[in-house]
Write a protein that binds this ligand. Structure first.
Ligand code: ADP
Length: 707
């Protein structure tokens, strides 16, 4: 069935169109820029030109907008090759046509048209010489880096990579960066070349799955009870069932229950009665934060984008822009009556988009999805200390990553022993943070593949620059594919020829160390020892290409730096693999289950055996059964005494008499008795039966002659 022809699909398209039109008219009435103009802004923001330029949009085709507002805007990329119409695939059917062919080297302003949703705009762009460049070092396009995005469902990543000068290649080619939505297998990690990078760290699952995150944070809470109050009290059921019940008995709280590896709000519910939960259900049970910070009466959570560029030494950056996702029903503290209202208690976009109250408004201070900058403005207006709040958020992020640090470090070195030029991995993590009424942030979840869907304007405004800044920050240009491959070939050759006195292979000449600019925080904090050579190059590159990122690890402040040092030593205090009470209980449970299964199996085997023997008996051939029957009958016959006649009895007596006589004549008895007497073996019975013989024996007479 073709879905596009279905009534359902058409209806959705109609509704979409309807809501867009509604927003456009509404904004026009209020004198705000209509979304289509925002679209132009976005299209321009993906281009190279950063300088503010004058842009005009006279309506060319009749029937379109009469007034021609003048607006300051980002410029537009020059089209180098197109003489006629050139179509861009991205953004609302954008259609750009260059009116004048411009040589990229020419220092002239370019003009062109941009067409969006059947409206054409004339735009101008400053000449190349005026375009601000990032630093004086080489750019990504100079390095001819290749990126593979075929394992990602987000077309935006490919588009942005292209605009940055990356070449899009297949996975089978020699890519520099592989961008994948899911965790790749270990095989891929193992086979990576020294110039290749991937957008996931092996072992990051330790904080990206709810149950593992809870386990790690609980372990750290035990070690550092004052520092790790960064998440709501959490129990992993069924292992912690007893503890949770105990807590529930002593505290009157509402609990939130989540599937241990769920996402997008699926399977979540609230309760204040834990007895309703089955003792064997696998769930994450958390105390519900019942007094969250509210904006306009709605609960919300923050999606904070965090970039990790290295785990040893640990380097973490946080993006200054992000999203706040709002619930769509006004918040009331949980009661049995409203506990089922997911639109009130959950802030997931996937849940709330189904509510008719979902607000698509893309103004900064309205809508069910807003930018972090809008939240910051709201906080400032309400006299909250924004800087302190973000410092607390950074603290939560650092501590969460540190809880899995030993595993991350171990896995990285195990997977990439040869990656000595650049870091083999980087990762954008989506931290979900809930803020309570005291402005205390709590970590709820970490996403290893945060959504890069751009359904709404606000998504585009946040996610596009995020991807762009990430790719710029991680492509250090140190990863010189050709040079590294040359070196590898040389190494193989040397190994084959067993050359002694190896010439030093590693002589990097690609980029001079770029000094961090004044705007990009001077590294005042003490850096790790290895920060020499290549690592120093990489760090310098990162810090001079921060974009909208801020560095949070290592912190610039020396006291904070030493504060975090103690968490690195967690492995010395307790092994990450050491047993916790929960793990012990889990093991016990597993052992019990194993025993039960074994018992069951043994029973089944026994039953099977019995059934087999029964079947065997039944199967025996008829002849054998007949023989057995006759034998049994005979046995029975032998035991019943038969008839004895008088003649037979007389004959038997005669034989008995004759036997006794012959024994007497042959003196058999005497002989035996004299021997028995000699060895002292005569019994009382013998003596009483043959008293004379005994007397003679005692008198020393020869009994053989006496009788
Ligand atoms: P999922 O991965 O399914 O989205 P989350 O842990 O992110 O699960 O929870 C979904 C939503 O439930 C969050 O966005 C938040 O609004 C709400 N929530 C989760 N845990 C708590 C909690 N302990 N207290 C209050 N609200 C919570």
């Amino acid at each position: 069935m073709n879905l596009k022809n279905s009534k359902f699909y058409k209806r959705i398209q109609e509704l979409r169109h309807f809501s867009k039109e509604k927003i456009r008219k509404d904004r026009e009435q209020r004198g705000l820029p209509v979304p289509v103009l925002r679209g132009v802004e976005m299209a321009l923001s993906e281009c190279h030109c950063k300088r503010e330029v004058e842009m005009e949009w006279p309506c060319i085709s009749p029937g379109h907008r009469e007034h021609t507002p003048r607006k300051k805007m980002a410029g537009i990329k020059e089209k180098k090759k197109s003489h006629g119409a050139a179509r861009s695939k991205g953004g609302q059917g954008m259609h750009f046509r260059a009116v004048k062919l411009v040589n990229p080297e020419d220092e002239v302003d370019a003009e062109g048209f941009i067409q969006l949703n059947n409206v054409r705009y004339r735009v101008s762009c400053p000449s190349k010489g005026e375009v601000p460049r990032k630093g004086d070092g080489p750019s990504i396009s100079d390095s001819k880096s290749a990126i593979c995005v075929s394992n990602s469902r987000y077309a935006m990543i490919g588009r942005i990579s292209k605009s940055l000068g990356f070449k899009l290649v297949k996975e089978s080619k020699l890519w520099n960066i592989l961008w994948s939505d899911s965790f790749p297998g270990v095989e891929l990690f193992k086979n990576m070349k020294r110039f290749q990078q991937i957008n996931h760290f092996p072992g990051m699952i330790e904080i990206c799955r709810k149950d593992l995150l809870s386990r790690n944070l609980n372990r750290m809470l035990k070690l550092y009870p004052h520092d790790y109050k960064i998440f709501p009290k959490t129990w992993m059921l069924p292992a912690d069932y007893g503890d949770a019940m105990n807590y529930a008995l002593n505290h009157k709280r509402t609990f939130i229950l989540k599937p241990d590896s769920g996402a997008q709000g699926r399977g979540i519910w609230l309760t204040n009665d834990l007895k309703t939960i089955g003792a064997n259900e696998r769930l994450i049970c958390q105390t519900y934060i019942h007094r969250p910070l509210l904006i306009d009466g709605y609960k919300f959570d923050l999606r904070v984008y965090t970039l990790i560029t290295s785990v040893d030494p640990l380097r973490i950056y946080v993006y200054n822009e992000g999203l706040a996702r709002f619930a769509t029903n006004k918040y009331v503290e949980p009661t049995p009556n409203n506990a089922n209202d997911l639109y009130m208690h959950l802030t997931n976009y996937s849940v709330n988009k189904r509510n008719s109250q979902y607000d698509l408004c893309d103004n900064d201070d309205c809508g069910s999805k807003r930018k972090l900058s809008a939240i910051n403005n709201w906080m400032r207006r309400h006299n909250y200390d924004v800087a302190e709040f973000w410092s607390n958020v950074d603290d939560v992020i650092i501590k969460t990553v540190l809880s899995a640090w030993p595993v991350l470090k171990h896995n990285y070195h195990a997977c990439f022993p040869g990656h000595d030029t650049i870091q083999a991995c980087f990762e954008i993590l989506g931290f979900d943070i809930l803020v309570d009424w005291k402005l205390k942030p709590y970590i709820l979840e970490v996403n290893h593949s945060p959504s890069f869907h751009t359904n709404e304007q606000v998504d585009r405004e946040v996610k596009r620059p995020l991807i762009k800044d990430t790719l710029t920050l991680v492509s250090t240009v140190l990863a010189d594919k050709k040079q590294i491959m040359r070196e590898d070939r040389k190494r193989v050759k040397q190994r084959l020829l067993k050359t002694k006195g190896e010439t030093p292979i590693r002589q990097r000449s690609v980029v001079p160390p770029v000094k961090p600019s004044a705007a990009n925080e001077p590294p005042t904090a003490p850096e790790p020892e290895q920060e020499e050579g290549l690592l120093a190059h990489q760090i310098a590159w990162e810090e001079s290409h921060l974009g909208n990122f801020r560095k949070i690890m290592p912190p610039d402040d020396a006291t904070r730096c030493s504060y975090y040092c103690k968490f690195y030593s967690q492995t010395n205090q307790v092994s990450i693999f050491a047993e916790t009470a929960a793990s012990k209980k889990r093991e016990d449970l597993a052992r019990k289950m194993r025993l039960q299964i074994e018992e069951k199996r043994a029973k089944q085997e026994q039953m099977l055996l019995q059934a087999k023997t029964k079947r065997k008996r039944i199967i025996q051939p008829r002849i054998v059964r007949e023989k057995q029957r006759i034998q049994q009958y005979r046995l029975k016959e032998n035991w019943t005494p038969g008839f004895i006649s008088d003649a037979e009895e007389r004959l038997r007596n005669t034989w008995q008499h004759m036997r006794n006589e012959s024994i007497k004549n042959l003196k058999i008895t005497e002989n035996i008795y004299s021997v028995l007497f000699e060895f002292g073996h005569l019994s009382n019975t013998d003596i009483s039966v043959f008293p004379n013989m005994y007397h003679n024996l005692q008198c020393g007479l020869d009994i053989r002659g006496s009788t």
